[in-house]
Every structure is written in structure tokens, then in C-alpha cells.
Design a protein around this ligand. Sequence first.
Ligand code: PHE
Length: 345
Amino acid sequence: MDLIAALEDIVPQLADGLERATRPEELEALRVDVLGRKGRIARIMSCLPELEPGARPAVGQTANSVKERCNELFEARKAVLEAAREAEALRRFDPSMPGRAPWRGSLHPTTLVTEEICRVFQGLGFDVASGPEAETDHYNFASLNMPPEHPARDMQDTLYITDSVLMRTHTSPVQVRAMLASRPPLAVIAPGKVYRRDSDLTHTPMFHQIEGLLVGDGVSMAHLRGTLTAFVHAVFGAETRVRFRPSFFPFTEPSAEADISCCICGGQGQIDGTGCRVCKGTGWVEILGCGMVDPAVFEAVGYPADVSGFAFGMGVERVAMLKYGIGDLRMFFENDTRFLGQFGA
Ligand code: PHE
């Protein structure tokens, strides 16, 4: 058999095969078939020892030349196929297709309202303070005039971690921490999460409060009323009315609760003849607890007996519900973007 002719035959046959190949796997199969260790060229070369020694160099040279030409054919075909793939990708890319607008996040209404309230009080000269969410019994209760056996410590309401460490049930412990950290006069506002063992339509185990405390010389209930009225007007609008009702908190004396005229019905108690659901027809809604700091609290932090001060605490979700007319507390915790996206940035 003529080995040289057999070798030369490979080139046009490969050219044919490559012409029909379109996928990279097909190219690779052809390459193995021709140039592989057990491919056609290798098989032909394995017959070399049977030739006369004098005839061998010519066959070897032909084999090298055939290999070279085969490689060139592969490279050429590969380049053609790659160019075709790129052209196809470009053909599928439609530059006139409208772009997809990126998702844009927005601040949670709880965050928005917290920031707004803090801004108002900062404008009145208050500093922003914070304290730990896991508190000791001492800061959450004892120093706030709630000694052991006080009903507010009841396991029913408080999430205890150990006998003396608990999840704070209000932001009032920050009052105590702020007073221990400086001397009067001081004015602080303290936003944060609070926890209670409570979960139904209108209560969640975690919610947000903002605490306020102002201590100085001759601070009176009039200052408390003036400050809180300024806050209500700034957040709910100047037409909103404020009223104070007597109440009780262990850490303030006297204590009060502040109501504002209902922003849903404009304080009318009804909308088009039907009773307003938000204020239950009364025209007023409660928004915070407040009072003059109890002397027992000043004593707990070692303040002189002649200082006076006021304190208040409000629920952030409650303020947000009234401000935006949100009817369901659960909305704040479900993270439905259709709800959250309505509050802008
Ligand atoms: N800590 C009280 C509460 O959680 C609110 C409050 C704060 C009342 C400060 C008076 C003074 O209900």
C-alpha cells in the first residue's frame, strides 16, 4: 500500500468533514480521529517499520506536512464558526428593546417617622441617645421606681433572658443611662426597639418607641406641654389640637397621657355621617405617655433634690399609623413591598 498516498488522502477528506461540522464537539471528534494518538495519521505511521529503511524519510516528511495542513484546516474552520456565533449573538441583541428599570429601595415608614421625630426634637435642642435592647432589671424597672414585686415586672409582659436580664419593655431605661452619663441640664431623645410578650391585632412582640427627657432648673409641666405641642404641630400639622389627661406611671409624678385630634376624621369623630374607626367616634387619639420625672428616679441616679424635669415616651408605629392613616399594625412587619414602596425616600 502506498503510505504517502494514504496520508495525502487525509487532507481533502478532513476538509470535507470540517465543512459539515458546525459544533465545537464535532470539530474535536474530527481532530481526535485524524491527529489523535490512535488517529489515522498515527495508524499509518505505525506501518513505517515495515518499509525499506530508504523509503521511510519521505513518508515521515509527508506525515509532518499533512499534520501541519490538517492543523491549519482546523484553525481556519474554528475561526469561521466563532465568527458565525458572534454574528448570531449580535443578531439576537436588540438595541431598541426598552431597558428594565432597576428596583429602587425606600426607607421603612418606621424609619422615616423615627427620623422625622428625632429631627423635630433635635431642632428644639435635644441630643439623640441610645441604650441596649437587652437590659438589666435595674435599669428597666428598679431605677424607674418599680421595685421588686411591682406588677409591671410580671412574666406575662416581660421577656426575661435570665432572672435579672430582660428585653427592655420600654425606652425609659435610656433616661436613667443618660442621667448617669452626665449632669443636669440635659435634654435627650432616645429612639429604639422595645419588647413585650404581647401579640394580637394591635400588639406585636417588638415595636419602636421614642423616649424624651429634659432635666434642668425650674422645668415645669408648662415646658412639657409647650414642647409636646410644638412636636405635634411639626409632625401632624399646625391645625392638630393636643390635650392632656391625668394618668399614672411609676417614674413620673404627676403623669399624663397626651391625645391629639384625630387626623383621619379631622377631630369630627365621623366621616360622612359614619363614626370614625380610628378614634372610635371620639375625635381624639392617644399618642404618648408623659409626666414630671419622679423624685425617686432622680434619687436613683444621684441627682440633687432641687432639679426637675419632664419625660415622655411614644410608640413610633402608632405615630406612623395616625400620620399616614395606616389601619393595620401588621403592615409594619410583613415587609410587603407594595406597602413599603408607598413611602418614598
Ligand atoms: N415608658 C412608658 C411606656 O412605655 C411611657 C412613658 C415614658 C411615660 C416617659 C412617661 C414618661 O408606656
